[in-house]
Design a binder for this molecule. Structure first.
Ligand SMILES: [Zn+2]
Length: 681
């Protein structure tokens, strides 16, 4: 098995097509056993720990594990199958046990502690010092100081949490796929765009059906909720979508995440108390930029107070508009539909119209031109590589003719692929033990509308924005200048600062000069007409108040839930209380939004969803320097790159921000960009 197990080979890029479910467990078993033996041996040799003998040696072990586990968890997300899922899940408890063991390894902790206080440490660079400081902090957060019995409990909790969060994600995917609606009468789809209908026809054909198949994959859901004239159809898909994996809706009780959520919250609270924190939100902040729960809550509440009047006004306008059209009881399943109609009426522009100007290749070429102007890097496509799906593309970044890194794009929605968009650092930049420099690799995954009917994929402007967002994460990972794995790319970056480079990139989708580069009509090649650009800019902050309170609802709900769990309130009751405070429109009682809130129950955003808003203040304020100095000012671009993108987790985010901006962040730029400042009222 070892000899021909691709996961145990040394490779440049993962041999995706050769990786089979049966390779997974043997490879992970082998690597974990080897790593344990190697750690035991290196601790014996470390009478006086050195950076290379300790930190670098552990980086090498981590890299070997990552080389095998990275492709496996990636494939589990983008090409899920029952066999792969079973193999993936069989490894989760083993990995959790290994990480806990590492975090509670007293001799290892003592070696780090000794290294941090050694004469060698005085000569370390700032990244090395930060890595050691964070490592010691993380040992404490792994229960290094706890008595044996509590350490054991800590390990049990972590193991169970890894199972539960994985199960949450699987059930959400299963619930998304469990519901479809087969339509044979085209009249039912009145209002839908041709491209949406073509895609539904493809989905039906793929299952050997005639007619159209509506699914809960996002592009399909979005098309119906935004464009279907048939109100009953909108209500039907809304009810199916917002009750996925719950006790409500058309598939009530199937794949219900409710019990998992209760257990996840219990265990997180127990974990926090075990480590001496009042609650999980406090534990979450121990490794973040925000300093206290009060600071986070007052930040969010301040934003809520400022934006709620704008949201109320947005809603009043929408209701008045719907009433003009004869609808007097606006419901949740009407919001998207009438909003789109109102947008069209007010700005004579629709998301669909705009699509024609954003064929995917034009957008990519433009995006690459933008980052070339800003950061002086060049990007070219690579051919002949091993892949997990024919849609996948691979690109290389170069600077002055030198290789910098590579990234994969997997852009389109399809069955057996997890929803949403994300970047994952597939390989870290670092200086290896043999002195060679390993270059970084990133995976960028989205769920855009796939190409239909022989046309290129045409993106909505929202999709373009998502692409820029994920690409910003990618650049953070790829343009690092740090050569120690613990702080290179996005490693070691406080979670509430991680969205700075991503949200920052979104700004260029709204800059006239940026739009000129990324747009071109897919048939004529004609640039986005000025009149259309003016309309898009005018429509930019359409309903920004409603959007803001929605994000604040999610953020406050997540943070409060993790701070107050155990006070006798159910998940739904906490959510209702937050809605009382910030929302302007209540969803129906059957809505089970939380059951699909994978960010906090299956991703890394538990008691950290506020990070989006927190980092948006940073990204808007960083961008305002470009507004002052020119959005394509190469000096400002290079300065941003060197201060933020290049330095990853090597220093506290506030230090990096101040280095770039020359002062601490202010909220003004964000409010101004969203049209939520008083003068804009
Ligand atoms: Zn992001």
């Amino acid at each position: 098995m070892t000899a021909n197990n691709p996961l145990l080979q040394d490779f440049d890029l993962p041999p995706y097509s050769q990786i089979k479910p049966e390779h997974v467990e043997p490879a992970i078993d082998q690597i974990l056993a080897d790593s344990r033996a190697a750690i035991a041996e290196l601790l014996q040799q470390q009478a006086e720990p050195s950076w290379d003998g300790l930190v670098l040696a552990l980086d090498e072990l981590g890299a070997r594990l990552g080389r095998a586990w990275g492709p496996v968890s990636h494939l589990n997300a983008v090409c899920n199958s029952p066999e792969l899922r079973a193999a993936y899940e069989a490894c989760l408890p083993k990995l959790s046990e290994y990480w806990t063991e590492l975090g509670q390894n007293k001799p290892l902790f003592q070696a780090y502690d000794a290294l941090a206080g050694s004469p060698e440490a005085a000569g370390f660079d700032v990244a090395q010092k930060t890595i050691l400081e964070h490592a010691l902090r993380d040992f404490r957060l792994s229960g290094i100081d706890l008595p044996a019995e509590q350490q054991k409990r800590y390990g049990e909790i972590q193991m169970r949490l890894s199972e539960l969060t994985s199960k949450f994600s699987n059930q959400l995917l299963d619930a998304t796929q469990a519901w479809t609606k087969h339509v044979t009468d085209e009249a039912v789809l009145a209002g839908l765009t041709d491209s949406a209908k073509a895609q539904m026809q493809q989905a039906a054909a793929a299952k050997g059906l005639d007619g159209w198949l509506i699914t809960l994959e996002f592009p399909s859901y979005f098309a119906v909720i935004t464009y279907a004239d048939d109100r009953a159809l909108r209500e039907e898909i809304y009810a199916a979508y917002c009750t996925r994996a719950s006790d409500q809706g058309p598939n009530a009780g199937q794949h219900d995440n409710g019990p998992l959520m209760a257990e996840i919250l219990d265990l997180r609270q127990e974990l926090a108390r075990l480590l001496g924190f009042a609650h999980y939100s406090e534990l979450s902040l121990a490794s973040k930029m925000a300093e206290s729960t009060e600071q986070v809550l007052s930040f969010l509440r301040d934003l809520a107070v400022r934006s709620k009047p704008f949201a109320a006004q947005d809603l009043a306008e929408l209701k008045a508009f719907a009433a003009e059209q004869g609808l007097n009881d606006l419901q949740s399943w009407d919001v998207g539909y009438y909003s789109e109609k109102l947008r069209q009426q007010r700005y004579s522009i629709s998301q669909e119209q705009v699509r024609a100007w954003f064929p995917v290749d034009k957008v990519l070429t433009g995006l690459f031109a933008i980052v070339q102007k800003l950061y002086g890097i060049e990007i070219r496509e690579l051919k002949d590589f091993d892949s997990w799906h024919p849609d996948v593309r691979l690109f290389e970044i170069q600077e002055n003719g030198q290789h910098v890194g590579r990234f994969f794009f997997d852009l389109y929605a399809r069955a057996n692929k997890r929803g949403g968009a994300w970047m994952d650092g597939a390989r870290d930049k670092r200086r290896a033990a043999d002195g060679s420099l390993i270059s970084p690799v990133a995976n960028l995954v989205c769920n855009f509308t796939p190409p239909v009917g022989g046309k290129p994929a045409l993106l909505t402007h929202d999709e373009v924005t998502t692409l820029f967002h994920e690409f910003g994460h990618g650049l953070h990972h790829l343009l690092t200048r740090v050569e120690h794995a613990g702080a290179s790319g996005i490693n070691g970056v406080a979670w509430d600062a991680v969205e700075l480079p991503s949200q920052f990139m979104e700004n260029w989708c709204w800059e006239p000069e940026g739009l000129a580069l990324i747009s071109g009509h897919h048939e004529t090649g004609e640039a986005l007409p000025q009149a259309m650009l003016d309309k898009m800019l005018a429509a930019k902050n359409f309903q920004s108040g409603l959007m803001m309170v929605r994000q604040l609802e999610f953020s406050l709900f997540d943070f409060e839930l993790h701070a107050t769990h155990g006070d006798g309130r159910s998940v739904l009751e906490v959510l209702e209380a937050i809605r009382d405070e910030v929302s302007v429109l209540r969803p129906p009682a059957y809505n089970r939004f939380a059951n699909g809130f994978a960010h906090i129950f299956a991703g890394g955003y538990a008691a950290g969803y506020y990070s989006y808003k927190w980092a948006e203040v940073l990204s808007a304020d960083a961008f305002s320097k470009f507004e002052e100095e020119g959005v394509f000012n190469a000096d400002t671009g290079r300065a941003f790159r060197e201060a933020i993108l290049a330095r990853g987790g090597s220093q506290e985010p506030m230090v990096l921000f101040v280095d770039f901006r020359g002062r601490e962040p202010k909220i003004d730029a964000l409010l101004r960009h969203l049209g939520l400042s008083q003068e804009a009222a």
